[in-house]
Design a protein around this ligand. Structure first.
Ligand code: HEC
Length: 382
């Protein structure tokens, strides 16, 4: 293209942009109504035809582009154009998209785009947010996209005792997906800096390593918990490949595994923990194993365990049912609600441990565990 042609194109674009006078009053960063007009579409198409149009220098073109993209969040074009034009205005939306779809391709893609427009710190900040669920999602995503910054970002999370166990365990698993991360986990273990509650996550990450040296080093610090047949548990990466018997699994759930002492499935069982009637739609096979084998790494925010010490020296541990100025009610692992007057409470403390027992696999053989998971995976939304 020669100079005159270029100038003509520029003029055409400018003419086209001047048509959008009334739209210029719309703020570019306005979050409401993701509608775009035919004019917006025309502007976007024009901009896309120009090889070197600097959208940052044209507020109306940018506003049109933002409206156009906000109407199709998560589409391939959405990701592509945000990246190409470095539209940091859309980073809050990208961040939400990433966190809400962390377990899916679109969530990881959103996180990649965030990184490519220099917004990795926004994702990093979520690690320390109040919501453990969001923080877990951020740790998982960082494991996929942070590249050579992964260890620097996640190692402090693993070592920070103030953060919820679930977030730290997610950081361990994310580190465990990379060789440099595996080395940093081994180093933490060697220095005695890896909390006991993270052993399960670390053991699984390290025993699944492709490097012999890492696996044999790991055996010095960790072992996977024993099952009822005194066999050590196979690593998660191996368990998820096995298939079991659904009917046998249903029996394990109701009897050997004691699951129905705390969980309802389609009206059957006690309700201490969450109803599991649709759990197969919520969790992946791997997450199901983690929920059963390492419950503290998966505490959901509605089910935090509290321990209360009375002035008489009694302790009650259970889920917080209610807390008022007058009294606190906890529901114990046996499903019994205990109410204690505030005046009688010495200490009320949130526990990082799940109320769900940590060693349920001891009741089960490896095959029973596999059957149990096969059964729970069939519990889907109808
Ligand atoms: C003493 C009570 C208790 C027993 C026994 C128990 N659970 Fe749980 N379970 C809980 C509580 C409380 C939670 C929620 C808090 C948490 O995530 O740790 C939970 C959470 C879960 C979750 C995650 C649910 C979600 O929505 O993410 C699964 C899956 C699960 N349990 C399966 C089982 C299975 C399978 C068994 C039997 C092997 C079992 N549980 C035995 C109390 C129990």
């Amino acid at each position: 293209m020669n100079k005159t042609q270029k100038t003509l194109r520029r003029l055409a674009v400018l003419a086209c942009l001047s048509l959008v006078g009334p739209l210029q009053s719309t703020r570019a960063d306005e979050p409401a109504a993701p509608a775009f007009s035919a004019k917006d579409k025309m502007i976007v198409e024009t901009v896309l035809r120009l090889k070197s149009f600097d959208i940052q220098s044209s507020a109306p073109a940018k506003a049109a582009m933002l409206r156009y993209l906000r109407a199709q969040p998560g589409s391939e074009q959405y990701f592509e154009l945000i990246q190409r034009f470095k539209l940091t205005e859309l980073s809050p939306e990208l961040l939400t998209l990433a966190i809400e779809n962390a377990g899916e391709t679109s969530g990881v893609r959103a996180a990649e785009v965030l990184k490519s427009i220099g917004q990795l710190p926004a994702l990093q900040a979520v690690l320390r947010e109040e919501s453990a669920e969001k923080a877990v999602a951020a740790a998982e995503l960082l494991g996929y996209v942070a590249g050579d910054q992964t260890v620097d970002i996640l190692r402090p999370v693993v070592a920070d005792a103030e953060l919820p166990a679930a977030v730290r365990a997610a950081a361990v698993s994310a580190l465990g997906r990379r060789t440099d991360g595996q080395h940093s986990l081994l180093k933490l273990a060697a220095e005695g800096k890896l909390a006991e509650s993270l052993s399960f996550a670390a053991a699984n990450a390290l025993f699944a390593s492709s490097e012999d040296a890492i696996r044999s080093q790991a055996a010095k610090y960790f072992e996977l918990p024993a099952t009822a047949d005194s066999q050590p548990l196979p690593p998660l990466a191996e368990l998820v490949k096995r298939r079991g018997d659904v009917e046998a699994g249903a029996t394990v759930f109701a009897k050997t595994g004691t699951c129905s002492n705390c969980h309802k499935v389609r009206g059957q069982g006690k309700e201490v923990g969450p109803d599991l009637s649709e759990i197969g739609s919520k969790l992946s096979r791997e997450a199901m194993y983690v929920s059963i084998l390492d419950p503290s790494a998966a505490v959901s925010h509605n089910y935090e365990t509290y321990t209360l010490l009375t002035v008489d020296g009694d302790t009650v541990t259970g889920l917080l049912v209610s807390e008022t100025d007058q009294a606190v009610t906890l529901k114990t692992a046996e499903g019994i609600s205990r109410t204690v007057d505030t005046d009688d409470i010495e200490i009320l403390k949130k526990q990082s441990q799940s109320l769900m027992p940590q060693d349920l696999q001891r009741l089960l053989t490896v095959q029973q565990l596999v059957d149990l998971v096969e059964y729970t995976m069939t519990l889907k939304k109808s």
